[in-house]
Design a protein around this ligand. Sequence first.
Ligand code: PHE
Length: 452
Amino acid sequence: MKIETNQNSLQLEPKASDSFTSTGFILAAIGSSVGLGNMWKFPYITGMYGGAAFFLIFILCLALVGLPILLAEMVIGRGGRGNAVSSFHNLSKTKWWGYFGFLSVLSAFAIMGFYAVVAGWTMNYAFTSLTGNLFENPDYTASFLSFAGGNMPIFWTIITLIITCWVVAKGVAGGIEKFNKVLIPGLAVILVILMIRALTLPGAGEGVEFFLMPDFSKLTAESALVALGHAFFSLSLGMGAMLTYGAYTSKKQSLGKAAAAVAGGDLLYAFVAGLIIFPTVFSYGIAPGQGPGLAFMALPAAFAAMPLGNLFGFLFFFLLSIAALTSTVSLVEVPNAYLMERFKWSRAKSATIVTLIIFAISIPASMSMGILSDNLLFGKTFFDLLDFVASNIFLPIGGLVVTLFTGYAWKRAGEEAGLSGFWYNAWMFCLKYIAPIMVIVIFLYSIGIIKF
Ligand code: PHE
């Protein structure tokens, strides 16, 4: 296969309004990666798949597969200076790469379809913790199910989408960067307050032990695959988010350092989320392996029993909402950047159209918890199908395209990444061998072709 790179694109700098400052880029990328994945999904899968042993495998997956692909996405974006499709076209004459890039645009719609609904749930929980309504009915499972199955989530989904659209429409420097610069440090402050509260609860030690003392007998092949899949989702990989943000950075930015900071930041937020959730659930005698309901069904019981529980409940769900919003902004930017360039639309027009399409998808997703819960497609509700198709099919394919493109096709990746010697070789080794093999294995496993 002969690849010719477009040399000119390597020189371009974006316009000031379309570019991040160096810290802005790192904060926006951390904003994309830190989300419901860290605060809602990571604790419950850790609870289900073996506690600390799972956490260690997750760290390994982040380092060997996540970090190399993260850097590759940033490098393709900055090298190609385009969106998830055109960056590939700008770097290679082979059209196919870009066609696969188009999957990223579809993944963003599919993920947003359910992610915006869950983000809406967190906002409702923040609000009702504050007013105290959340604690009216002590059967938190029943109240979650009746809430999620009703119409209220649609209202909160609309709020999520309006805020996201507004930030995206304000642009890269004036919207996305400003939003993340305020919220990501704010998130850290709330996280520390909640961590101190959780660690000083009576019996917190047991939760910490569950989270940090590995018991390898609980580890299965399935937990390793779940850890790998989660490393992907948590770092926002395989769907062009980091690629799209990468296109807005200056040539002066060290992408290697930025990628390390983002992966480290993502891990730190997940770690602290674990130090909040496990001590809290153990302290109130709640089982940690409850699955997706952990945050919505188990934690309210703990907050209800805690002094100043309203306030801590509010802080916790507010934290989740903010983490979710900095991720939804990056999800919307992927199709937004594509449509703006493809159809020469203004940012505001493109952001509005993307938001309306997502809204249309999110309605049946939200109703999957209620009146559409019996309407199954391939044995899944619409909500679960969006998650399944995006996380288990589109993201791995997207990730594979990135590893193969950077590892085999595009020869100037090392130069763009500013890597040489040992780090370049280590990066290439992961991209050429470890990451594609691992990604193919999770892909085949998650669509049921291999079983353990
Ligand atoms: N990384 C985000 C999280 O952990 C989710 C996400 C996935 C965001 C893909 C953007 C793209 O919640």
